[in-house]
Design a protein around this ligand. Structure first.
Ligand SMILES: Cc1cc2nc3c(=O)[nH]c(=O)nc-3n(C[C@H](O)[C@H](O)[C@H](O)COP(=O)(O)OP(=O)(O)OC[C@H]3O[C@@H](n4cnc5c(N)ncnc54)[C@H](O)[C@@H]3O)c2cc1C
Length: 391
């Protein structure tokens, strides 16, 4: 598929080539260092913006390129092969909060969001709270209407980008006086009075994007900070969750890219490393590991790309869940097998295999655990909401 972009053409192949070039020249060379320092790579975010990848799903009228979700999954995989963090930047600047704002935001909200994204900001979406993880609708952050404002109070937890992000989409239980209105999403910018970044939460992998806590303390925002989907506030949460499915196939693409990077390294290594007088690629035990890795990667890519290709306009809930479960679990196995094929060198920190294995570990948890996603798949098969879930 080819998408024309102002004066140039931005095909899926061009997206792949642009990101591949950037990955080789900028992203891969810095990946180990940002993992070590745990500092957010603003330079990567700017470089991705400069080659037209940030905000490419936004409509052209807002400076985007009208690229479809399939184009994004290609870019994400290519970036994540080199650097998982960069893959996540591509996701967060194109999926989840971005298309949700572009689909449901007011003109002012869309203008402001696009301005920030084209200024290389990586938006954050804030559901989780200390007591509300899988059971996200149990959130207690409250937004109470007062005149032309809402006053927000609550704590958000495990928010990717807390402290480096400028645009936060914060979900809260909305009240008009005593009357409950539903779960709403508020666009809040860093530095807004009453909006404070709390403790950073040190993580196993993907260490160069901070995970952290956010505190809303009598945080007064104008009423038009609220994003109101067409279904209204009561049913609007469902529409935000539909948009969030794009984030899920984005996350799956990061896992796929990391795993593909680990596999590529292994394929080269097994033809170099010699034991028992021959390269280790000569051993059938090694060959079968490689075969299984390749099958997992191909099947993951087919699930992701099929889901992205059939988005209408959002990726299907069940298909997105299937793609994320399969890819996230497969990426853990593939990166661990890749580490194993490198022996002690794989366990060592001079090679990227141990980082890739740590980075891949996240995707069965963040953005919906594999257990919760299985509940969603089963709910879809049985055609009903299951007792162990609320949504
Ligand atoms: C790196 C990272 C980044 C994140 N980024 C964000 C972000 O940007 N924004 C955001 O809002 N959140 C974010 N999260 C939070 C993430 O969405 C939650 O961690 C996730 O939803 C799970 O919640 P929990 O960690 O509280 O686990 P819990 O909900 O406490 O679950 C614990 C275990 O119980 C299982 N379990 C729970 N309920 C059921 C059930 N009904 N059936 C079967 N098993 C069940 C779970 O699968 C899990 O294994 C992030 C998390 C991580 C790790």
């Amino acid at each position: 598929m080819t998408v024309s972009v102002s004066s140039c053409v931005f095909s899926h192949e061009e997206i792949r080539e642009r990101v591949k070039h950037l990955a080789d020249s900028v992203l891969r060379p810095a990946a180990a260092e940002i993992d070590r320092t745990e500092e957010y790579p603003y330079a990567h975010a700017r470089a991705l913006r400069d080659i037209g990848i940030a905000g490419m799903t936004m409509p052209k009228a807002y400076g985007g390129r009208d690229v479809d979700f399939l184009g994004v999954t290609i870019a994400v995989e290519e970036a994540a092969k080199a650097c998982g963090i960069s893959g996540r930047i591509v996701v967060d600047t194109n999926m989840g909060a971005v298309p949700a704002i572009m689909a449901y935001g007011t003109e002012t909200q869309k203008r402001r969001a696009s301005e920030l994204i084209l200024d290389a900001d990586k938006p954050a979406i804030c559901f989780s709270e200390p007591q509300a993880g899988s059971d996200a609708v149990n959130m207690t952050t409250k937004a109470v209407r007062r005149g032309n404002s809402y006053i927000l109070n609550g704590t958000k937890h495990w928010i990717t980008g807390a402290g480096i992000t400028r645009l936060y989409l914060v979900l809260a239980q909305v009240y008009d006086g005593e009357t409950y209105q539903g779960i709403g999403s508020f666009m809040i910018e860093a530095g807004h009075p009453g909006f404070r970044v709390g403790k950073r939460l040190p993580a196993m992998g993907l260490r160069a994007i901070p995970e952290g806590t956010l505190h809303l303390e009598d945080c007064e925002v104008p009423a038009d900070a609220l994003l109101v989907p067409p279904a209204g506030l009561k049913k609007g949460f469902g529409q935000i969750m539909q948009a969030y499915n794009s984030q899920r196939i984005g996350a799956a693409s990061v896992a796929l890219g990391i795993a593909q990077g680990a596999y590529d390294a292994s394929l080269a290594y097994v033809d170099e490393r010699e034991q028992f007088g021959r390269t280790i690629s000569e051993f059938q035990g090694v060959q079968w590991m490689l075969a299984d890795m390749a099958i997992t990667l191909r099947a993951s890519r087919l699930l992701i790309q099929d889901t992205a290709r059939n988005a209408n306009p959002w990726p299907d809930v069940t298909a997105s869940a299937q793609a994320k479960i399969f890819t996230a679990e497969g990426a853990i196995k593939v990166t661990n097998d890749a580490l194993q094929l490198h022996g002690a060198a794989g366990y060592g920190r001079d090679l990227p295999l141990e980082r890739m294995a740590r980075d891949a570990r996240m995707f069965t948890i963040g953005g919906g655990t594999t257990q919760i996603l299985r509940n969603m798949v089963a709910g879809g098969l049985l055609g009903r909401r299951l007792p162990q879930t609320r949504t």
